[in-house]
Design a protein around this ligand. Structure first.
Ligand SMILES: [Fe+2]
Ligand SMILES: [Fe+2]
Length: 286
């Protein structure tokens, strides 16, 4: 699709709460925003989707083009994506299905949208089938910076637990051929962690150091923990550079090492900082 056509669909979608006319009239359309694998820039495309077993499923067809579309290459590098669906928008983790699950989902998609079956028949590459997983978040009102910190910590803990269990199953051989599930979640967790610690180092810690000089030692210790955790996380990301998880045993060991450090860090940070953060409104008041 030429860019200008894409953009007009995106504009119409956003202006009409997710409804689009013309060739898409009545079809199920969502907007997917990925982060450029190389550029780091946001990249939005309108995509048809199918709901199967409660999951949002999209196919990386790009018609019968020989290469995977840009958005698919992007989500392999950055699995956290933004989904706009109707008037709603949320973050999701993009996980390409593999093996029997891919076959099953593709068949379900082709039943609803037979065009994909035609595309598959006319191209050499296996069209990737991507599940946009919406992480379950406890719905809790965020009113202070303490609430916000706890919300992010809850997400990190949940992702870490998932990744540890998945790595365990992978090593135990129960999950042969499901490497991408582990890889995408592990990468999403690492990105979330990087983002969170960067925000703390750049904004929250300096502000607290200023307003609460008595926290200086604790903040130094927390920053040092960020650096230790960051080193382990970088090693993990390096292990995940390929599409296949080559060394599941080593990956599991690294994830466990990270888990020990991170769990101690989150607990210490909450004990030291939550009382001060509870008095700071979030989102910030103008
Ligand atoms: Fe934190
Ligand atoms: Fe932290």
């Amino acid at each position: 699709m030429p860019m200008s056509f894409n953009q007009s669909v995106i504009d119409e979608f956003r202006a009409n709460g997710g409804k689009v006319g013309g060739p898409f009239e009545g079809g199920d359309l969502l907007l997917l925003t990925t982060t450029g694998a190389r550029s780091g820039r946001a990249h939005t495309v309108p995509l048809g989707y199918v709901r199967e077993e409660g999951e949002l499923v999209v196919v990386a067809s790009a018609g019968v083009a020989p290469d995977h579309p840009q958005w698919y290459r992007n989500l392999l590098a950055h699995p956290v994506v933004r989904v706009e669906l109707g008037a709603e928008a949320f973050d999701a983790i993009a996980v390409p299905a593999e093996g029997a699950r891919r076959e099953q989902l593709f068949a379900a998609v082709a039943r609803v949208a037979p065009g994909y079956g035609d595309y598959q028949a006319r191209t050499e590459r296996e069209l990737p089938v991507v599940v946009l997983e919406r992480p379950e978040m406890p719905v809790r009102e965020v009113r202070s910076l303490a609430d916000k910190l706890l919300e992010v910590h809850t997400w990190l803990r949940a992702q870490l637990r998932y990744v540890r269990e998945e790595a365990q199953r992978h090593v135990a051989g129960q999950r042969a051929g499901l490497g991408l599930q582990l890889r995408q979640h592990c990468l999403a967790f690492c990105e979330g962690l990087t983002h969170h610690h960067r925000g703390e180092d750049a904004a929250i810690f300096p502000a607290l150091a200023h307003s609460h000089p008595e926290l200086a030692d604790a903040l130094d210790a927390l920053s040092e923990q960020h650096r230790t955790i960051g080193r382990i996380k970088d090693e993990l990301v390096a292990l995940l550079a390929g599409i296949e998880v080559e060394e599941p045993e080593r990956l599991r060991a690294e994830v466990d090492r990270l888990a020990v450090e991170l769990e101690a860090h989150l607990a210490y940070e909450e004990a030291e900082l939550l009382p001060m953060l509870a008095g700071i409104p979030f989102p910030p008041m103008r």
